[in-house]
Write a protein of this length. Structure first.
Length: 165
């Protein structure tokens, strides 16, 4: 059994809506806190609520995904604001049907299937597109943005399922 270990860290692009909401909740927190001195206790409660919402939006605005490949298993972790880490997927390489670039012709027969789609990639289509699609156990499509070492590690254990065209 080969003991290989590869990790890849990908920062997801933050949607402008989330950035807008984060700034909005921060401004509302300050405004409600200043209104506390004029209006009273209700404004303080609203300031606390907006402050909590602002904190959670800050966590959602800075998301990174870490892909780990260890011993025929892919683990995908979500890192929020470089503070919280949570393992969100564990994928066994034996159940992978195909791993190929998003625009690859190898994925043509999988495009019309109704599968759950999960996006753990950078979140946008770059030029050239470096994202990969992984079809797992005929249950879900997973979008990833791995580096070449990560793809090569998976290809070493499943050479007929991984394509790099």
């Amino acid at each position: 059994m080969s003991d290989s270990y590869v990790e890849c860290l990908v920062k997801q692009k933050t949607p402008t809506v989330k950035v807008f909401l984060k700034i909005l909740f921060m401004v509302l927190t300050v405004l409600f806190f200043l209104l506390f001195f004029v209006v009273g206790f209700l404004a303080l409660i609203m300031a606390v609520v907006c402050g909590v919402l602002s904190y959670f939006m800050t966590l959602e605005c800075s998301i990174e995904y870490e892909y780990l490949y260890v011993d025929r298993e892919i683990s995908i972790d979500k890192i929020s604001a470089q503070k919280k880490r949570k393992t969100i997927e564990k994928l066994n390489t034996e159940k992978i049907e195909i791993l190929a670039p998003v625009n690859s012709w190898h994925l043509d027969e999988y495009r019309n299937r109704e599968l759950k789609q999960k996006d753990y990639s950078v979140g946008y289509e770059a030029q050239p597109d470096q994202r990969y699609m992984l079809i797992y156990n005929n249950e879900m499509k997973v979008l990833l943005s791995p580096n070449s070492a990560f793809v090569a590690a998976i290809k070493s254990v499943a050479p007929r399922k991984v394509f790099t065209d």
